[in-house]
Design a protein around this ligand. Structure first.
Ligand code: ATP
Ligand code: RIB
Length: 301
């Protein structure tokens, strides 16, 4: 797609590298601490910009260094940040542990992200009108996500929902407004209350989301790739591109953005492109810092 708008979160990520996550009550030493730009919304906006899609973002940051760093990083890849409001509440933060295997666990403190409201969406209406596609996640209030989806749909835009972090009991209307929903296996289980331990179970659970009204479900399967489940009997499994794993933070964000940037009606091509971009992201540390350029993805392809 040529133009995208992201309505979502921006976080300052505190990434702690360590051998293994502490158990409750245990104290462990870390290998490293790194502060870098993150947030599922900002990661996807950054990746869209870096992959060559004209992109704008609607969201909120605090009047602080973290907020300035985050908007500056988006600007550096050409993202229009005019829809990002400065709030008196501090910028959102994420505390991430990254084990030596590349696995991560994340705790977020919403900060200004928790205040992104339908009024922010109204203020950014022109950015939505100008885009082909609206991309959203769930690190801002659900009522705002729903409001933006309704508006985008009424304007005839494609709506992409990355339902992370997943919560059960989302308004069913949200699925009816989403052309594409991109959960990972864990998120799919939370959204449907169904098991997702095997590819077959993922397909059955994805079909439950189609029944709720989603246009197509893209289940990201980590090192196994992605399963696309649509309304016909034509599910497609596109295997992951083999890669050394350093840090999987933002692999899903990179996948979603790369899919949106590449999708022109050719589903398989866009899924392969997204798997390829995400395979590069997992081989590098950090969130936005791990996102490849369009040239790097083309080379890997
Ligand atoms: P995140 O770690 O950002 O929360 P996620 O859980 O949303 O990611 P995953 O399903 O883990 O998403 O990964 C998204 C995509 O990244 C996969 O569909 C795949 O293309 C790629 N990917 C993830 N892990 C690997 C891996 N070990 N090797 C190659 N590609 C991978
Ligand atoms: O998806 C990865 C992101 O989740 C991190 O950048 C962190 O900010 C959390 O929002």
């Amino acid at each position: 797609m040529k133009r995208a708008v992201v309505v979502g979160s921006l976080n300052l990520d505190y990434s702690i590298g360590l051998e293994r996550m502490p158990k409750p009550g245990q104290t462990v030493s870390a290998d490293s601490l790194r502060l870098s730009p993150g947030g599922k919304g900002a990661n996807q906006a950054y990746a869209l910009g870096r992959l060559g899609c004209a992109t704008a973002m609607i969201g909120a940051v605090g009047k602080d260094d973290a907020g300035r760093m985050l908007t500056g990083n988006l600007r550096s890849v050409g993202v229009d940040v005019s829809g990002i409001r400065e709030s008196d509440t501090p910028t959102g933060q994420a505390f991430i542990t990254v084990e030596r295997t590349g696995e991560n666990a994340i705790i977020i403190l919403a900060g200004a992200n928790g205040e992104v409201s339908p009024a922010d969406v109204d203020r950014g209406r022109k950015l939505i009108e100008d885009a082909d596609c609206l991309v959203m996640q769930l690190e801002i209030p659900v009522e705002t996500v729903l409001y933006a989806a309704r508006l985008a749909k009424s304007l005839g835009k494609t709506v992409v929902l990355d339902p992370a972090p997943a919560v059960s009991g989302l308004p069913e209307e949200l699925f009816t407004l989403a052309d594409f929903v991109k959960p990972n296996e864990t998120e799919l289980a939370v959204l449907t209350g169904m098991p997702t331990d095997t590819v077959e179970q993922c397909e059955t659970a994805a079909k439950a989301l189609l029944q709720k009204g989603a246009g197509m479900v893209l289940v990201s399967l980590g090192s196994k790739g992605v399963l696309a489940v649509g309304k016909g009997n034509d599910s497609i499994l596109v295997p992951a591109v083999e890669s050394e794993v350093v840090d999987t933070t933002a692999a899903g964000d990179c996948f979603t953005a790369a899919f949106v940037s590449a999708y022109d009606g050719d589903l398989k091509k866009a899924l392969l492109y997204a798997n390829t971009a995400a395979s590069i992201a997992v081989s590098r540390p950090g969130a936005q810092a791990s996102i490849p350029s369009a040239e790097e993805v083309r080379e890997r392809l």
